[in-house]
Design a protein around this ligand. Structure first.
Ligand code: HEM
Ligand SMILES: [Cu+2]
Length: 840
């Protein structure tokens, strides 16, 4: 029988097809290499940088452990120790754990889903460079005695202007706020990429478990990170301008920080853990060569953990004196979250039991992970019991628990992943022999270092002390811990040697499927990812379709060439992965790189109070971003293309299926989460300090102000809706006029509200109440600024003839953002003006 007939495309393919594909996707050379956007390159830079931060934070950890090795040591003074433990925690949590996971996603996801790349390659490049520049500058603050000292959770009042003068805390606040923004950029890329860029046939039910984990992970970032962006912004406002959010005498409350921080901080632990669990669910089946037992249950467990983890933040605050009833609730919820984790552990054990586990290095790391993580989970259930938590709160018991969960739950799987996926990215696999040493040293070292800390904690050693006296009897245990820490360090060193000897990225030839794994990232690939895009029929296609690799390589499947003459990938529907349209993709460009450095410079200069240069770089960054997006939204310039199998796809779409619309919706969810945290803060401060709130309507601005502000915003939204209609019939002058009208209307709404509050004499420094009211206005001001820039941008495109009836994705996104901004503004007005009138 002719095998050709079963496939979308017949072979042999034309000679020049493959060379064209190679040429189009080739990474730029020379200096321009910096502008590369292909996921295999950005992904490796990104993983490498995250790993660098792991090493730096690890060196700091060894310094701490050296200091604590013997009692009354004065290797590091108290001040240096404080900077070091703050930097260690912060680097590990913000600059290593989350970016490392996002980096792996960028590196692996496109190939695992048989896409040529993720939908916004330039956004990934921007996120990477901003993180790289911002992160390194943040780390260097350590060398100038400028590093923060307040611990990785930076509780005020300790970190506010009174007790932490100087720029140290500002470095943390602006640095971390900035890093979180880049994390959100990468999360947008991942959500849209997982939903819209899967191989035809890879329905949600056939999606590799790792993709599920990354989807939940990115979704959690969307909801959790805005909380930390908000609280860092509030504390920075308090420090710079004395807006008293956390000052109790003025109607603020330090607990507001704790609530917002832990609303992010607790899910953060699961944000770090879930993708690692997803990777483990890929490694185990490969090493056993059996399907994962309970695939659907594991998916449910991932999604369930995602939801539950948001209900738990208060368990970090059991000792602050909350109402009894809420403590019981949060205690129960904290124990409930161990159920989905338990389900996953059982699924892994059942899978291992179903076959024979090959004891490769990735498998050994996975076993180490299982052991350590289960122990960490047990102590987690222990500290979820309120009376026990009262006992061990802020002792080394918690330091032990936290490292068992984080190191066991994230670092062990990650090293397993390094060994597992290295042949995907490198011309050689890593060494199995050295890998055993790495795993052994790290496992023994870890338990030697951290197990004793449970006991030092129970013996009463508080965390975050730089030294202790010999009489208290903690010295032997501490010495053992330090010894263990150096064993871990030795393990990491062997790993570095292994990398130097064997890791060979960016080569045309990859080591490939050395584990005989079943998922698509192991297809032969080049800069263009795979030669043709396969049809997926099961969860482990490489196991079930034996000739798949060969057929893909021969170009028998979809899109074997580059029909538009540029980079492109197939967009498929989010649930059942039907091919929808062809997405043209950008090649490398300087603009995202320059925009990233501009953004980093903006935040850094702001930290050291260089406002004018900071503004200069801010404007520069915005200009670069505008220049970069200017080339997007190309319109239907290319006729529909034939990808094989009788499928012809359009090259440009607008409306609900457009990938940029999806990104916009994700961005709106992020914004809504930020705003919800703001509403929470308003009511929270009101409950703790009702005396500062206006009673009824008196001492509020006259109702005319909010009414006028609301009216103006509604009219601006109507102008946008009118623009949309005018665009449908290509009446360009009406489009431009109404766009130009909408902008001042929206700005007018903001100024009206601002003036209303100002003229009754309210000043943001007056009280927690005044500060939060002005924050509502400021945040709305930020959204309005962005909306105005988008409106003027759309106007400019219209003047240049780049927008019309068919080519309107830019306008549609602007309109969506506009309406969102107006609705948010109306809710803000209702919050500030109605609450005291009706609830006061
Ligand atoms: C080489 C392995 C590591 C060692 C030896 C180590 C050591 C330490 C020590 C001694 C402290 C306590 C500082 C104090 O309370 O005085 C600490 C705190 C901390 N570590 Fe690690 N650590 C390691 C790896 C990690 C990893 C992988 C993570 C996270 C992914 C992490 C996250 C943290 C956090 C969040 C804190 C709390 C900092 C604070 O209280 O502000 N550590 N670590
Ligand atoms: Cu927690």
């Amino acid at each position: 029988m002719d095998r050709n007939q079963e496939f979308p495309n017949t072979t042999p393919r034309p000679e020049e097809e493959l060379s064209l594909l190679k040429k189009i996707w080739r990474a730029p050379s020379g200096w321009n290499f910096i502008t590369v956007v292909n996921n295999e390159y950005i992904g490796i830079f990104y993983v490498g940088t995250a790993f660098l931060f792991f090493l730096l934070a690890g060196v700091l950890a060894l310094l701490m452990r050296t200091q604590l090795a013997v009692p009354e040591n004065n290797l590091l003074g108290q001040d240096t120790y404080n900077q070091i433990f703050t930097m260690h925690g912060t680097l590990m949590m913000f600059l290593f754990a989350v970016p490392a996971v996002e980096a792996l996603g960028v590196l692996i996801l496109p190939n695992m889903q048989a896409a040529r790349d993720l939908p916004f390659p330039r956004l990934s490049a921007y996120a990477f460079w901003a993180y790289f520049a911002g992160g390194l500058a943040f780390f260097c603050s350590l060398f100038f005695d400028l590093a923060p000292k307040g611990g990785w959770f930076m509780y005020p009042p300790l970190t506010s202007y009174q007790f932490s003068p100087g720029d140290n805390s500002d470095f943390w606040l602006l640095g971390i706020g900035f890093i979180e923004i880049t994390a959100i950029a990468a999360a947008i890329e991942i959500v849209v990429g997982v939903l819209l860029n899967r191989a035809p046939g890879m329905s949600l039910d056939k999606m590799p478990i790792y993709c599920w984990a990354m989807l939940v992970f990115a979704g959690m970032i969307m909801v959790a990170f805005p909380a930390v962006i908000l609280c860092t912004a509030l504390l920075e406002l308090e420090r710079s301008f004395e807006w008293p959010f956390f000052v109790a005498e003025k109607g603020g409350d330090p607990l507001l920080w704790q609530h917002l921080f832990w609303f992010f901080g607790h899910p953060e632990v699961y944000i770090i853990f879930l993708p690692a669990a997803g990777a483990v669910s890929m490694i185990i089946p490969t090493m056993v060569r059996k399907h994962l037992v309970g695939y659907r249950l594991v998916v449910l467990a991932l999604v369930g953990t995602g939801f539950l983890s948001f209900a738990l933040w208060v368990h970090h605050m059991f000792t602050v004196g909350l109402p009894q009833i809420s403590m019981s609730y949060f205690s129960a919820a904290s124990m409930a979250v161990s159920v989905p984790s338990g389900i996953q552990v059982f699924a892994w054990i059942a899978t291992i039991a179903a076959g024979r586990l090959k004891l490769t290095v990735p498998a050994l790391f996975t076993l180490g992970f299982l052991f350590i993580f289960v122990l960490g989970g047990l102590t987690g259930v222990m500290v979820a019991i309120v009376p026990l938590d009262w006992q061990v709160h802020d002792t080394y018991f918690v330091v032990a628990h936290l490292h068992y969960v984080l190191f066991g739950g994230m670092v062990f799987p990650l090293f397993g992943v390094f060994y597992y996926w290295a042949p995907y990215a490198s011309a050689k696999p890593l060494s199995e022999k050295l890998g055993r040493w790495v795993c052994g040293l790290m496992f023994i070292g870890f338990n030697t270092a951290f197990f004793p800390m449970h006991i030092t904690g129970l013996l009463g050693m508080p965390r975050r002390v730089y030294t202790y006296s010999a009489e208290v009897g903690w010295d032997t245990l501490n010495l053992v811990s330090t010894f263990g820490a150096f064993l871990i360090g030795a393990g990491v060193l062997v790993f570095l040697i292994d990398l130097i000897l064997n890791f060979r990225p960016f080569r045309p030839e990859k080591a490939g499927n050395v584990w005989d794994a079943g998922t698509l990232e192991w297809l032969p690939s080049g800069d263009y990812a795979m030669r043709s895009i396969p049809i997926v029929e099961s969860r482990e296609p490489l196991w079930d379709q034996p000739n798949l690799a060969e057929d893909v390589e021969a170009g028998r499947y979809y899109l074997p060439g580059a029909p538009t003459g540029g980079r492109e990938t197939v967009v498929t529907s989010p649930i059942d992965a039907r091919p929808l349209y062809i997405l043209p993709m950008p090649a490398g460009s300087w603009y995202p790189v320059l925009a990233a450095f501009g953004t980093a410079a903006f935040f850094l200069l702001l930290t050291v109070k260089q406002v004018v240069p900071a503004l200069f770089f801010g404007v520069f960054a915005v200009a670069m971003i505008i220049r970069w997006v200017w080339d997007t939204d190309p319109g239907p310039t290319h006729p529909p293309v034939d990808i094989g199998g009788g499928i012809t796809l359009p090259v440009y779409v607008t409306g609900p299926m457009s990938h940029s619309r999806w990104a916009m919706v994700v961005l709106m969810i992020v914004s809504a989460s930020l705003f919800a945290c703001l509403i929470f803060s308003y009511y929270f401060l009101w409950t703790v300090a009702p005396g500062f709130w206006p009673k009824g309507g008196d001492s509020l601005p006259d109702v005319a102000y909010p009414l006028a502000a609301g009216g103006l915003s509604l009219v601006s939204s109507a102008a946008m809706a009118y623009t949309s209609r005018a665009l449908k019939s290509n009446r360009f002058w009406k489009v431009r006029l109404s766009l130009l009208l909408a902008v001042p209307l929206l700005i007018g709404a903001l100024l009206t509200e601002l003036w209303g509050q100002w003229q009754i004499g309210l000043r943001p420094t007056d009280s927690g109440y005044a500060a939060i009211v002005y924050t509502v206005i400021s945040i709305q001001g930020f959204f309005i600024t962005v909306a105005a820039i988008m409106g003027l941008y759309t106007f400019a495109r219209s003047v240049c003839g780049l927008i019309n009836r068919e080519r309107r994705a830019t306008f549609d996104n602007t309109m969506l953002f506009w309406h969102y901004t107006v609705v948010q503004g109306l809710i803000g007005l209702a919050l500030v003006h109605l609450s005291p009138r009706f609830l006061g």
